[in-house]
Design a protein around this ligand. Sequence first.
Ligand code: ZN
Length: 122
Amino acid sequence: MRVALLFLALFLSAPPPMSAACTGVNISTGRAQSVRAIYRTRVNHAGHYIAEATHDRKSGRPLIIYYRRYNGLPATYRAFVRQHECCHHILQRQGRDSHDEIAANCCAWELEDASLRASSRP
Ligand SMILES: [Zn+2]
């Protein structure tokens, strides 16, 4: 019983691992919605972006679009980019400045830290 309670306490106190779906805000409905990832990795972004957090113009669905430069990155950097772009959507969902790159970086590091802690549990 004691062990079960310990596991329950660890489970309830743990932040969700990064494998959990990224959720943003649909700008047409104002409701939370899962972020759709689009891989345009054969295309260079005009501004040489690696990826961008944006919304579908018609439906308002939150999107992350990955461009050609994303392909050439090491796996750890790609993971950070995914988290960073997700964090732009998280910031918006929280009513914060979604264009704040420093806040998106801090959020991404927090998600990475939470993910590492979750994956290192027995
Ligand atoms: Zn950014």
